[in-house]
Design a protein around this ligand. Structure first.
Ligand SMILES: NC(=O)c1ccc[n+]([C@@H]2O[C@H](COP(=O)([O-])OP(=O)(O)OC[C@H]3O[C@@H](n4cnc5c(N)ncnc54)[C@H](OP(=O)(O)O)[C@@H]3O)[C@@H](O)[C@H]2O)c1
Length: 228
């Protein structure tokens, strides 16, 4: 049987690129979107792709509906939460409207952990939960500031993820916090150093190499450890 991955947030950008790369590597892919994505649907020509729509990661009822919809399928070797936002990232956190800062925290930090909790029993033995974070979420590497609310949300994700891993220390899966590099997407911008294909190729290779490992690690798309 092919290895199986669930990718959350696959309409565009890195999620879309990961779907293409996992399919190219022979994986069965289940991908979620908020709204139908023609670019994602087009990837079905590459291999076994199941698309689940109406999945807003901030909506607990939608996550429960997804879990019910996937109840009858085999467990996933990898559950990868990719979805994230950088709303008004250029505005210092102290000046950001509270509701914007709160929404960034919900989507980037709280919702991925809630999703991991909802799906942890659907991870196959020796599988992985992978959460898309950012090097900008590294507290120790933060010298220059900038993107302060986004940084804080990813630092919060990393901390919540370590707590989650600690709470499930006997689990038969591992947890990877993944930094994809600086990538040319709507979020990363045109000046970013990597294209989506290069980042996705690297991330999938890292993930394939991490299968079977337990514990919690912060890695980049090249497999290097990122300091917390
Ligand atoms: N690009 C970079 O350089 C870079 C660097 C470090 C980390 N990252 C992280 O990588 C991830 C993907 O970023 P990207 O560069 O691919 O950004 P992107 O092109 O802006 O794509 C963001 C994706 O997240 C989805 N999303 C946002 N909010 C969501 C929600 N509430 N529920 C479900 N899906 C949601 C979007 O869906 P819609 O199409 O429905 O909006 C879209 O598929 C993010 O977590 C980001 O923080 C990116």
């Amino acid at each position: 049987m092919n290895r199986r991955v669930l990718i959350v947030g696959a309409s565009r950008g890195l999620g879309l690129g990961l779907v293409a790369r996992f399919l190219a590597r022979g994986w069965d892919v289940t991908a979620t979107v908020r709204r139908p994505s023609a670019a994602l649907a087009d990837l079905a020509r590459m291999g076994p792709l199941r698309i689940e729509t109406d999945l807003d990661i901030d909506d607990d009822a939608a996550v429960a509906t997804l879990a019910a919809s996937l109840a009858g399928v085999p467990d996933f070797d990898v559950v990868f939460v990719v979805a994230g936002v950088a709303t008004q990232a250029g505005t210092p956190a102290s000046l950001l409207p509270r509701e914007v800062a709160g929404a960034v925290f919900q989507t980037n930090a709280l919702s991925p952990i809630r999703f991991a909790e909802a799906f942890r029993r659907r991870v196959a033995p020796d599988g992985l939960i992978v959460l898309m974070t950012s090097k900008l979420g590294s507290v120790s590497l933060n010298q220059g500031g900038g993107w302060s609310s986004y940084r804080a949300s990813k630092a919060a994700l990393n901390t919540l993820a370590r707590s989650f891993a600690g709470q499930h220390s006997g689990a038969r899966w591992g947890l990877v916090l993944m930094h994809p590099g600086w990538v040319r997407t709507d979020l990363g911008g045109r000046r970013a150093t990597l294209d989506v294909e290069t980042s996705a190729r690297g991330m999938v290779a890292v993930i394939e190499g991490q299968l079977g490992l337990r514990g919690c690690r912060f890695l980049d798309h090249a497999g290097a450890t990122v300091p917390w």
